[in-house]
Ligand binder design. Sequence first.
Ligand code: SF4
Ligand code: SF4
Length: 437
Amino acid sequence: MTNNSEPKMFCYQCSQTAKGTGCTTQGVCGKTPTLDRLQDNLIFATKGMTAYLTHARELGLSDSEIDAYLERAFYSTFTNVNFDPENFIELALEAGRMNLKAMKMLKKAHIDRYGEPEPTEVQTGTKKGPAIIVTGHGLKALEELLKQTEGTGVNVYTHSEMLPAHGYPGLKKYKHLAGNLGKAWFDQKQLFSKYRAAILGTSNCVLIPKDEYKDRIFTTGAARLPDVPHIEGYDYSQVVEKAKALGGLEETEGETILTTGFSTSVVLSLADKIKELVETGKIKHFFLVGGCDSPGKKAGYYREFVEKLPSDTVVLTLACGKFRFNDLDLGSIDGIPRLIDLGQCNDAIVAIEIALALSELFQVGVNDLPLTLVLSWMEQKAIAILWTLLALGVKSIYVGPTPPAWVNEDILKVLQERYDLRLISNAEDDIAQILNN
Ligand code: SF4
Ligand code: SF4
């Protein structure tokens, strides 16, 4: 949201642009600031979706309906094409529906290739020997690297959003998939400096490297960094050679053991038990807490939120937002873990499938379930997922740590009135508001 001293919009996409620099209060073409922001919203949501489409294509899947939608969505933001704010909300909801399809397609591609994830404990220490740290979301790149390092003595570690890879049978079968190092994406400068390992960035979120590790980081897939070797295709021999030349890591103990790999069918195999626990009052409420993490103190909200939840609640989580609290031991309720890691951000589809199944199980609408979504947003995938949830009719979602900057008062009002979208306040008040409703 803007204050009065900030430009209300910024558009410089055509030659009519004000003063030859940019339209900042109203478009010369007549575009209003709210329309401009709705167009930005659409672009951001479609950008988010393209990450999932790229990974699905890496695994051989694409969808012509989504491709056709993307053409329409981009074209609608051209100069002098579409001045209808209501239609941009409809296009954003359609982006949400297309993103649902994209996430389903990617999930299918992952499961077809690597099997259905299963709960798996993941070490956070290091083994003695040469090492490669893989960051990003590209499971295909990880698989190829695991094949090429098998039997070489090089250990492969995951970082950030790669953690859920450990749950897939087709990936966890590699014994040298040795563990997970670090937390969310923004610890990478410090983490990669600390470990004398080769590093492979497979997608977002990669950061411009520090000098300490600039000579041992590589990119592949969509990720690119200046003056860093980029590997087209899947021949990672230079990464493996670099890992060997670096000598390797020492044996260290991790501070915690993480558990990941709760797939839709694993959670739903517990459906009868969950129903019984809800009906007997042993489980009062489910929360989906997660999303894209961002640096800064404000995001400490999510750890505090989970820490302060009463012991008769269950937390589902996904994406790198989980690293704010996935070291917490929340225990279990009659054998049902209180902290359930569903996977990467695209595994929002798993959360959706579980919510729909619970809704069937309890014979109520999704909004009448004892379930609240408390999401963090950082970049464009989170926008795509938010519109997917809104398109599915999910209401009263809490979003933080700060609202997306393209949301002005007009847009926020619409999101609040139609979807009861809520901005996080403080953990204690939000928990009380949710549980006392
Ligand atoms: S499209 Fe409209 S708002 Fe954008 S630069 Fe051109 S005149 Fe300005
Ligand atoms: S969940 Fe979002 S913020 Fe986190 S690594 Fe993935 S894309 Fe980046």
